[in-house]
Design a protein around this ligand. Structure first.
Ligand code: G3H
Ligand code: 13P
Ligand code: ZN
Length: 308
């Protein structure tokens, strides 16, 4: 099947009340594990490539691996740039076959963020590529954070409407308490669902995106630690919250950390149990299996299993 754009995946997700998983890819085993899971579960898929992944594996290698997956499976797959940080990077990805890009100007003042997105949108739209933007700062909600502090950090619903209108972005990554990595909350995990509802009210029928959505499952942290890792106190977003978000207008949910944990636990297990092993296939193959099983599970958490 040919690559699809995120626009068509989002239209179906909004109508169907589920979210599409956007999984970060860096090499062949990760791509294969994710795509095998989506094929088994008949799920639409977003494979996303960060700037770091693109320099690590190189643009053409990743694109050819994804093309190989598309030849093998009849699955709707979008190829998305995750956290693009410049017009030039977005342009290179659009020219090089990506079907969706994110331009992340969330660290910039409002007007500069809008200006940068406009520049990318003006290049992307005539080429049929939708653009994701971000407003607000990703940071975990802690109990001591007051409502006024939250207003300064998280996405403001009124600003979100203005931001989308002025920038022409096709989807918006919102800050409601999620954050990147394995250490999302110091105390009880919580997300600002009231704010999410306000954003939906301000932008009816508009696709929202949730970054930093890994759940950091305790069993995988424990496996990593059991086999020599050091991840004390790692904590993610509980899966019930991810499922709750996926039933709203959040139609893209980004997951990277949980794949890293699954892969690392599997590799550490082989190294620890069979120290004499040095054939990479003997540890990369269980790592690929671990990614496949993690993704299969996530596709049910997001409600997109069976929706391809
Ligand atoms: O949000 C960032 C993703 O987890 C990608 O991370 O920039 O280390 O590739 P990376
Ligand atoms: P996690 O670190 O929670 O997996 O988030 C990944 C992400 O948002 C990629 O853009
Ligand atoms: Zn992100």
């Amino acid at each position: 099947m040919a690559k699809v754009s995120t626009r068509e995946l989002f239209d179906a997700a909004l109508k169907g009340g589920y979210a599409v998983g956007a999984f970060n890819v860096n090499n062949m085993e990760i791509i294969q594990g994710i795509v095998e899971a989506a094929a088994e579960e008949k799920a639409p898929l977003i494979l996303q490539i960060s700037k770091g992944a693109r320099s690590y594996a190189r643009h053409n290698y990743l694109m050819h691996l994804i093309e190989a997956a598309l030849e093998q499976y009849d699955l709707p797959i979008a190829v998305h740039l995750d956290h693009g940080d410049s017009f030039e990077l977005c342009k290179a990805c659009i020219d090089g076959g990506f079907t969706s890009v994110m331009i992340d100007g969330s660290h910039l003042p409002f007007a500069e963020n809008v200006k940068l997105i406009r520049q990318v949108v003006d290049y992307a739209h005539p080429r049929g590529v939708p653009v994701e933007a971000e407003l607000g700062r990703l940071a975990g909600i802690e109990e001591h954070v007051s409502v006024s502090d939250r207003d300064a950090i998280y996405t403001n619903p009124r600003e979100a409407k203005e931001f989308v209108e002025q920038s022409g972005a096709d989807s918006l990554a919102v800050a409601i308490g999620t954050s990147h990595g394995a250490y999302k909350f110091k105390s009880t995990p919580q997300l600002d669902f009231a704010r999410l509802a306000e954003i939906e009210k301000a932008l009816p029928g508009y696709p929202l995106v949730l970054h930093g959505a890994s759940s950091v499952p305790r069993e995988f942290v424990e496996l990593c630690n059991k086999y020599g890792g050091q991840l004390p106190g790692a904590q993610g977003v509980p899966e019930e919250m991810i499922t709750r978000a996926s039933k709203t207008n959040v139609c893209k949910i980004n997951i990277d950390t949980d794949l890293r944990l699954a892969m690392t636990a599997a590799i550490r297990k082989v190294f620890s149990e069979v120290p004499a092993e040095f054939d990479p296939r003997k540890y990369l193959s269980p790592a690929r299996d671990a990614i496949r099983e993690m993704v299969r599970h996530k596709l049910h958490v997001l409600g997109c299993a069976g929706k391809a």
